[in-house]
Design a protein around this ligand. Structure first.
Ligand code: GCB
Length: 612
């Protein structure tokens, strides 16, 4: 990384996000943490009386005449992590403020700093510890942390969190989505202890310089102390590397892994000391990053990803991305997925389908999902919820979208699986929207110039029944064009019409068909012309596959979608019942006919790819 780039990284990461929030600390799983998951006391507060009634004080009457009109201790409970909608029938459609409270006991340690970490909470979150406000966070799918070193007490503490999932016109996402607006503390809450001087974040990647043996990156300490060093150890390849920390707390990492691993004598072995990460061989190395008294153990894969003309290259070789879209919805039990078990089920289904790629739509999924993709060999499209109509003119909305992008990049930037950052989905073309997304694309590149930038557009034009063109000006800012198209489902065309359609793209870049599909509840049968039957859906897939293979720039596809998911927009009784039924698998795990159509195609593609 050039010095000027490094300075941009510092500037971006050191800019304090929102009120009270501290820069995101990376790799929480490797830190010293105390889980605050479990059962929390909760108060539903549809009229937002909690703020004026000071719920955050968790006060108790001191005399028998005291008036306190709430009582967390006797209030209903909810499990954390978990959305509230799927935990109680009466909360299924609830949108508004919910108050959470729990006690925890703590023992302070000298020379230690303590943080309160939230994996995610949807959407607006306010946090108090022992009656003192720590801060606020906006956005439903990214992690955040507050420092509590000065507020936490020895002995019992009370933490109060207000989570409000009210949809907002200026929000990210905005008012309309085709997914359930699950509210609450949807991911884990943890106390995190770190030494006074600690490694806040780091990045280590295989450099895209054709040598394929240079690891480049940086490590950032929470503050700079003269004479400090950062050490990187990768025992399996003999890397023992030290770099000085600059006055800004940053250490520049540049490791010639082959030389360090082998020395000069055993030249044969030195030719390829590092195995690159691929979906077929998702090799991860144990990497330790340490400085002063802090040490983080991570598992990192090394690979390069780039484009050449209309191809996507992984480790310098063209790859066809056999993908599938996923919502972060739990199989079988329903609600937001949050556990490794949920994630493993979903990703195992994707592997069974023959996928080497998943589009994690339409917002950042939990961290375990991305780490599992790393382990299981699935490339990832990581997305932020800039979706449909939004307040593109509003600078606050842009700032919010950028903060979400910054935080998902901060969380996932050491995952080899992540190949693409997606800025948006199906946003309507306008000058304000184009400027908004241009600015996001530039920001994404400043934060991480090693991955590809994409976006899903559905703005294809049909000049006649044989021709379809994607001219969305957004394409100019992207490395890879994402196209959502629903020929055979929405609009006037039948699935068979796909056969005669020719696609053209204004920008000569790789194209991923980021959505196509149609709905069918599992077990609903009829002929291929009858809507909502498995036969209709399977035929649609068959026709689509024929059409898409005629696109020369096709670099991959992620049909919509792996599993049926809840959506308040899908009201058709007996068929949808508030589920979007475009899944290839039902939410009970039953494979529909279309699953096997795609599986067959992916088997052929995999064989083709292996033969190249
Ligand atoms: C889309 C959206 C996705 C919807 C899907 C549908 O184009 O990107 O969020 O769920 O279509 O089922 O209509």
């Amino acid at each position: 990384m050039k010095l000027s780039d490094l300075l941009i990284v510092i500037a971006i990461f050191l800019s304090v996000p929102l009120l009270g929030e501290t820069p995101l600390i990376a790799t929480v799983s490797a830190r010293n943490t105390i889980s605050l998951d479990g059962v929390w006391n909760t108060i539903i507060d549809p009229y937002e009386t909690g703020l004026s009634s000071h719920f955050y004080e968790n006060a108790k009457p001191k005399t028998k005449s005291d008036l306190i009109e709430y009582d967390f201790d006797r209030s209903p409970k909810l499990k954390v992590p978990g959305d509230w909608n799927s935990q109680r029938d009466s909360l299924l459609f609830y949108e508004g403020p919910m108050w959470y409270q729990r006690y925890f006991s703590y023992q302070k340690h000298e020379h230690t700093r303590t943080f309160l970490y939230f994996g995610a909470a949807n959407y607006l979150t306010r946090v108090w510890l022992n009656g003192t406000k720590l801060g606020e966070h906006v956005g439903g799918f990214t992690p955040f942390n507050f420092e509590i070193t000065d507020q936490v007490s020895d002995g019992e503490n009370s933490v109060v969190v207000e989570v409000d999932n009210t949809r907002r016109a200026d929000g990210v996402p905005s008012i309309h989505t085709d997914w359930w607006n699950y509210g609450g503390l949807t991911r884990s809450v943890e106390l995190m202890q770190v030494p006074e001087t600690f490694v806040e974040d780091y990045s280590l990647q295989l450099a895209n310089d054709n040598k394929r043996q240079n690891l480049k990156g940086w490590a950032r300490l929470n503050h700079a102390l003269a004479g400090l060093e950062v050490s990187i150890e990768i025992p399996e390849v003999g890397v023992h590397y030290k770099a000085p920390v600059g006055p800004n707390g940053l250490a520049d990492l540049s490791i010639d892994a082959s030389a360090l691993a082998c020395g000069k004598k055993i030249a044969a072995h030195c030719a390829a000391p590092l195995q690159v990460w691929t979906p077929e061989n998702p090799k991860l190395y144990r990497v330790s990053i340490s400085a002063e008294g802090d040490r983080i153990a991570d598992e990192i894969g090394f690979r390069t990803v780039e484009t050449r003309g209309t191809q996507i290259l992984l480790n310098g070789r063209p790859i066809f991305l056999r993908g599938i879209c996923l919502h972060e919805e739990a199989p079988f039990r329903g609600g937001r997925a949050f556990s490794e078990e949920d994630d493993r089920t979903l990703l195992t289904w994707a592997k069974e389908l023959g996928a080497n790629f998943v589009r994690l739509a339409h917002y950042p999924h939990n961290e375990a999902m991305v780490r599992l993709a790393d382990q299981m060999g699935l490339l990832v499209w990581d997305e932020v919820p800039v979706y449909w109509e939004m307040d593109f003119q509003n600078p606050g909305t842009l700032e919010n979208a950028k903060a979400q992008l910054r935080d998902v990049i901060a969380r996932d930037h050491n995952r080899a699986a992540v190949a693409l950052w997606s800025l948006s989905n199906e946003t309507p073309i306008s000058a304000a929207r184009n400027a908004f997304l241009k600015s996001m694309a530039e920001y994404a590149r400043q934060l991480d110039d090693t991955r590809l930038i994409t976006s899903a557009s559905d703005k294809a034009e049909h000049p006649d029944d044989q021709h379809v063109a994607l001219n969305d000006p957004l394409g100019e800012y992207l490395d890879v064009i994402g196209l959502n198209e629903y020929v055979g489902w929405y609009g006037k065309y039948r699935p068979e019409d796909a056969d005669k359609m020719q696609w053209t793209f204004k920008y000569s870049k790789p194209v991923i068909i980021s959505e196509f599909g149609g709905g069918a509840p599992y077990g609903m049968h009829g002929d291929k012309d009858t809507r909502f039957t498995e036969e209709y859906q399977a035929n649609l897939y068959q026709q689509q596959i024929g059409m898409l293979q005629k696109i020369p720039a096709l670099a991959g596809m992620t049909p919509w979608i792996l599993m049926d998911f809840r959506s308040p927009r899908r009201t058709l009784v007996g068929i949808q019942d508030y589920y979007n039924r475009k899944g290839l698998i039902s939410d009970r795990g039953q494979r529909k006919q279309a699953f096997y159509v795609l599986q067959n195609f992916y088997r052929e593609k995999a064989a083709e790819n292996a033969g190249k």
